[in-house]
Design a protein around this ligand. Structure first.
Ligand SMILES: [Zn+2]
Ligand SMILES: [Zn+2]
Ligand SMILES: [Zn+2]
Length: 255
C-alpha cells in the first residue's frame, strides 16, 4: 500500500496569507503546507481522503490520472472545497464519483455543491457525485482496500477517522482519540495523526498530546499532519521520539 501526503497544513495552509513569520518565509519546502489530504493506493485502487481547496494543485503535483472513490473526514471548508475539481475525473469517465462520508457530512456536501447534487444537472461540466453514507465502525470495501470508519471528537463536531486494510490509520482534525479507537488501532503499522501545534487548541491535538496517543496506540511509526505555521519542521522534529515524525507535502510511504 502506498500513502501520499498531498497536503499537511492546517486550514490556512502554510505560508498563511498576511503572515511574515519565520516559518511562513522559510525556504525549507517541508514548511510549505497545502491543506490536508492523502492518497491511498493499493493494487490498482486509488482513494482520495478529502478534497481541499488546493486539490487541483495537489492532483497535478501527484500526477493523478484516475480515482476510484473519495472519502470525507468532515465538511469543514479546508476538507471539501476542492470537490468541484473532481469533475476532471467524472467528465473523463462519464461516471459519478463515489463519495463516502457520514450522513451529516453528505448533507453539507449537498448544500455546498447543490448545483452538482441535482437529479437534472444542466451542464456536463459540473462534477457528479454518488453519495454513500458511512456507518460508524462498519467496514466498506473499495476495490482492493478495506476501509473502517471511526468517529472522533473535533470540538463540537464529529470527524471520521479511517483505518485502511488494518495497516494505515488516518486521524485528522481531532482533539482526542476515544479509548475504543485506541484499542482498535493498537499496533497498527502506520498512524497518521492530527498535530496542529504546541499551544492547546479547542478542536485539535497538541503535538505533545499526539505523541502521548502515538505511545498508547503503539503504532510502529506515527506521522503528524494538519500542522500550522507555528511549527518549524526541523526544529519540531528534533524534539520528537524516533517513532513520531512530522509529515510533509509530497511524502510517500510504502506500507
Ligand atoms: Zn481541517
Ligand atoms: Zn506565519
Ligand atoms: Zn476541521
Amino acid at each position: 500500500m502506498r500513502v501520499t501526503f498531498l497536503g499537511t497544513g492546517t486550514s490556512h495552509g502554510v505560508p498563511m496569507i498576511g503572515c511574515a513569520c519565520a516559518v511562513c518565509r522559510s525556504s525549507d519546502p517541508r514548511n510549505h503546507r497545502l491543506r490536508p489530504a492523502i492518497l491511498v493506493e493499493e493494487a490498482g485502487t486509488t482513494v482520495l481522503v478529502d478534497a481541499p481547496p488546493d486539490f487541483r494543485t495537489q492532483a497535478l503535483r501527484a500526477g493523478l490520472l484516475r480515482l476510484d472513490a473519495v472519502l470525507l473526514t468532515h465538511a469543514h471548508a479546508d476538507h471539501i472545497l476542492g470537490m468541484d475539481d473532481l469533475r476532471a475525473f467524472t467528465e473523463k469517465t462519464n461516471r459519478a464519483m463515489p463519495v463516502w462520508a457520514t450522513p451529516r457530512c453528505l448533507e453539507a456536501v449537498r448544500r455546498v455543491f447543490a448545483y452538482a447534487c441535482t437529479d437534472r444537472p444542466t451542464w456536463v461540466t459540473v462534477p457528479r457525485f454518488e453519495l454513500n453514507p458511512l456507518t460508524d465502525a462498519e467496514a466498506i470495501r473499495i476495490g482492493s482496500l478495506e476501509v473502517l470508519p471511526m468517529q472522533l471528537p473535533h470540538g463540537t463536531v464529529e470527524v471520521t477517522g479511517f483505518l485502511f486494510s488494518n495497516r494505515v490509520a488516518y486521524l485528522t482534525d481531532c482533539n482526542d482519540v476515544p479509548a475504543d479507537v485506541v484499542a482498535r488501532l493498537r499496533g497498527v503499522p502506520v498512524l497518521i495523526l492530527d498535530g496542529l501545534r504546541h499551544r492547546p487548541h479547542p478542536t485539535h491535538l497538541t503535538i505533545a498530546r499526539a505523541v502521548e496517543l502515538a505511545g498508547e496506540i503503539a503504532a510502529r511509526q506515527t506521522y503528524l499532519t494538519h500542522i500550522c505555521h507555528e511549527v518549524e519542521h526541523a526544529a519540531a522534529e528534533a524534539s520528537l521520539p524516533a517513532h513520531v515524525r512530522l509529515a510533509y507535502d509530497g511524502l510517500e510511504l510504502e506500507v
